[in-house]
Design a protein around this ligand. Structure first.
Ligand SMILES: Cc1cc2nc3c(=O)[nH]c(=O)nc-3n(C[C@H](O)[C@H](O)[C@H](O)COP(=O)(O)OP(=O)(O)OC[C@H]3O[C@@H](n4cnc5c(N)ncnc54)[C@H](O)[C@@H]3O)c2cc1C
Length: 553
C-alpha cells in the first residue's frame, strides 16, 4: 500500500468493500495485478455467505444441464430476468465452482455401500423450482461456511491482499466525476479480529472501488440475515449518485423458525428438497391449493401460502414443516447444523412438527450494474447481493446467489483491471473522528431502528397495497428525520451509519413498490394482484433524483 506524498491520503490499487463470496472472489482475481485491500465490518467469517446452508446451484461440468438451469432461472424470475445475465451465470458457473474445488472447498461426495468416498462424485440435491438435482452442498447444511473458509484461506495465500477487519466504509469519495476512494472507520472493539482494523477514520484512495457489501435483510423486523446486512454499500452508492434497480423485489424465505425467544433461524429449502411437507394449524398439507409443484413451488408462492394459511383471526400463526414421514434419509446426518440448532430449542427434525414463518431473506435489486459489475459511476463497481444485474428478475432461484457472487465477483474484478483507471491525487482532507453518542441518544437511535424495521415489515412485507406502502413512506420519513437530528454535530458511529443506510434502502424499496402497480415474483400487491407485462415487463430504476422510472433492458 502506497502512503503517497505528504499531502495525499493513503492509497491502494483496489479497494474491496466486503468479504463475502463476491468480495473474496474478486480480490483473488485482482491480486495478480495490484495491491488489494478487503474491508469488512466484522470478522472475515461474518457475512451472509457464512450462513448459507442449502448449497450452490451449478450445472454439471459436461454442460448438458446449462440450458435447463437457464430455463429454471428465467421461470423463477417471473418475466423479469435479464437473459444475458442469466446466460452468463449458468454458463460460467461450472468453471468458477471447479476453481473453488481446486482452492480447497470440500463439497459433500457420494460414498459406496461401505461408506468409502467416491472421489470427485459430488452429491447433488434439488430445491424449489429446480427441475433436477444440481445443488452441491458441504458438511450437509453448512455450504456457505465451507466456501467462505476455503476462499479466505486462498485469499490469505495471496501476498498482495490485505484485510481490514472490524472496519466500516462510511462514505464513497468522488472527484472528477468518478469514485476515487472511500472513508473508513473502526467498527468494532479495539483489537478485534486478526486483520488490522483502522485505528482512526481515514480516507483511502483507490484506482477502483468494488462494493460487495451484501444485502439488507436488517431493514425488516423479521429476517434470516445477520446483523451486518444493513445495505450500507447500496446506500453509499446511491449517495454517490449511482443508480439502483429492482429494489421492490425482496425475497421472503418461506421457512424461518417461528419459535418464541429463538432467532429467525433459516430452515433450508433443502429440507423440502428431501421431502418435507408443509402443514397448517389443522394438520392439513395445503400446498396443493396453491401450486402444482407443491412444497417445491417458487419461494414467493410458498411464502404467501404460508402467510395465508397462518393468518388466523388477524394474527400470524406458524405453520409446520413435517419430516416425520421421511425415512430414506438420515436427517441428523444430512442436516447436522439444523438438527443441532433445533435440539438446542427442544425440537427433533425427525420426530417433531417444526413451526415456521416467512422472513426477509434476499434482495434481488441493488446497485444497477452491467454484466461486468460496472455501475453508472466511473470507478465504482458492484457484485453479489449488493448489485443488480437483472439475473434474478423478480424472484431468485434457490441457491443461485452463491454462484452469482463467484461469477460476477470475478467479472467485476476483470472490468476493474481492464478499465485501468489512474489514482487521483487530492489534498488529504481527513474526516472528523466520530464522537460517540450519549447513552440517551443511543437509546433513541436503537428505538428509531426498531420503528423503521417494524414499519417495513408491516407496510412493505409479503402482501402490499398502495395506502399501506404510503403509510410506510411516512414512517420512514419520520425515522429519517430523527436520524438526521442525531447525525448533526458529526456524531456518526457504526450504528448511526447503519441506521442511515437502512433508511435509504427502505425509501428505495417503498418508492419502487409504490410505483410498480402490478404483482410479479416477490412483489405482491393486493390492490393489483395480476402481472401486467405491457406496462411493467420492465426494471425499476431509481436515479440520483430519487425518482423511479421503468426501463426495458
Ligand atoms: C441464512 C442464509 C442462508 C442462505 N442460504 C443460501 C444458499 O444455500 N445458497 C445460496 O446460493 N444463497 C444462500 N443465501 C444467500 C447468500 O448467502 C447471499 O446472497 C450471498 O452469500 C451474498 O454474498 P455477498 O458476497 O454478496 O455478500 P455477503 O456474504 O453478505 O458479504 C458482505 C460483506 O460486506 C461486509 N460489509 C457490509 N457493509 C460494510 C461496510 N459498510 N463496510 C465494510 N464492510 C461491509 C460484511 O461485513 C461482509 O463481509 C443465504 C443467506 C442467508 C442469510
Amino acid at each position: 500500500m502506497e502512503t503517497g506524498a505528504a499531502a495525499d491520503s493513503p492509497a491502494v490499487d483496489f479497494l474491496v468493500v466486503g468479504a463475502g463470496v463476491a468480495g473474496l472472489r474478486a480480490a483473488v482475481e485482482l491480486a495478480g495485478h495490484g495491491d488489494v485491500l478487503v474491508v469488512t465490518k466484522e470478522s472475515l467469517g461474518e457475512s451472509n455467505t457464512h450462513y448459507a446452508q442449502g448449497g450452490i446451484a451449478v450445472a454439471a461440468e459436461d454442460g448438458a444441464d446449462v440450458g435447463l438451469h437457464l430455463e429454471d432461472t428465467v421461470r423463477a424470475g417471473d418475466g423479469l430476468v435479464y437473459p444475458p445475465a442469466a446466460q452468463v451465470l449458468v454458463s460460467q458457473g461450472s468453471l468458477r465452482v471447479a476453481e473453488l474445488i481446486e482452492w480447497g472447498t470440500n463439497f459433500d461426495e457420494a460414498t459406496d455401500s461401505e461408506g468409502r468416498r467416491l472421489n470427485g462424485r459430488f452429491l447433488r440435491t434439488r430445491e424449489g423450482a429446480h427441475s433436477l438435482e444440481r445443488i452441491l452442498h458441504a458438511n450437509g447444511d453448512a455450504t456457505g461456511a465451507e466456501i467462505s473458509r476455503a476462499l479466505v484461506a486462498h485469499a490469505r495465500r495471496q501476498p498482495r491482499i490485505r484485510f481490514a477487519e472490524w472496519t466500516q466504509v462510511t462514505r464513497l469519495v468522488t472527484a472528477e466525476r468518478r469514485v476515487m476512494g472511500a472513508e473508513l472507520a473502526g467498527a468494532g472493539p479495539a483489537g478485534a479480529g486478526s486483520g488490522q482494523p483502522v485505528a482512526a477514520p481515514l480516507r483511502m484512495r483507490a484506482r477502483a472501488v468494488l462494493v460487495a457489501s451484501g444485502g439488507a435483510g436488517q431493514v425488516y423486523a423479521e429476517t434470516t440475515n445477520p446483523a451486518v446486512a444493513t445495505g450500507d454499500g447500496i446506500a453509499l452508492a446511491a449517495e454517490a449518485g449511482a443508480e439502483l434497480a429492482d429494489m421492490e423485489f425482496y425475497q421472503f424465505h418461506p421457512t424461518a423458525l417461528a419459535l418464541e425467544g429463538a432467532p429467525r433461524f433459516l430452515l433450508s429449502e433443502a429440507l423440502r428438497g428431501e421431502g418435507a411437507y408443509l402443514r397448517n394449524g389443522r394438520g392439513e398439507r395445503f400446498m396443493e391449493r396453491y401450486h402444482p409443484q407443491l412444497e417445491l413451488a417458487p419461494r414467493d408462492v410458498v411464502a404467501r401460502a404460508i402467510a395465508r394459511e397462518g393468518a388466523v383471526e388477524g394474527e400470524a400463526r406458524p405453520v409446520y414443516l413435517d419430516m416425520r414421514h421421511v425415512k430414506n434419509v438420515d436427517l441428523h446426518r444430512r442436516f447436522p447444523g439444523i438438527s443441532a440448532f433445533l435440539a438446542r430449542h427442544g425440537l427433533d427434525l425427525a420426530c417433531d412438527l417444526i413451526p415456521v414463518r416467512p422472513a426477509a431473506h434476499y434482495l434481488m435489486g441493488g446497485i444497477r450494474t452491467d454484466l461486468s459489475g460496472r455501475t453508472s459511476i466511473a470507478g465504482l463497481y458492484a457484485a453479489g447481493e449488493a448489485a443488480c444485474t437483472g439475473v434474478h428478475g423478480a424472484n431468485r432461484l434457490a441457491s443461485n446467489s452463491l454462484l452469482e457472487g463467484l461469477v460476477f465477483g470475478a467479472r467485476a474484478a476483470q472490468a476493474m483491471l481492464a478499465d485501468a483507471l489512474p489514482l487521483i491525487h487530492t489534498e488529504s482532507e481527513m474526516p472528523q473522528e466520530a464522537k460517540p453518542l450519549s447513552a440517551a441518544e443511543e437509546q433513541h437511535l436503537e428505538a428509531t431502528i426498531v420503528r423503521l424495521r417494524s414499519a417495513m415489515w408491516t407496510h412493505a412485507g409479503l402482501l402490499r397495497e398502495e395506502s399501506s406502502l404510503r403509510e410506510g413512506l411516512a414512517r420512514q420519513a419520520e425515522c429519517d428525520a430523527a436520524l438526521a437530528g442525531l447525525a448533526m454535530g458529526a456524531k456518526r458511529g457504526r450504528r448511526l451509519s447503519e441506521a442511515q443506510a437502512l433508511s435509504r434502502v427502505a425509501e428505495a424499496i417503498l418508492k419502487s413498490a409504490v410505483a410498480r402497480t402490478e404483482s410479479r415474483g416477490a412483489h405482491f400487491r393486493s390492490d393489483y394482484p395480476r402481472r401486467d407485462d405491457q406496462n411493467f415487463g420492465r426494471h425499476s430504476v431509481l436515479g440520483a433524483n430519487r425518482e423511479v422510472i421503468f426501463e426495458r433492458w
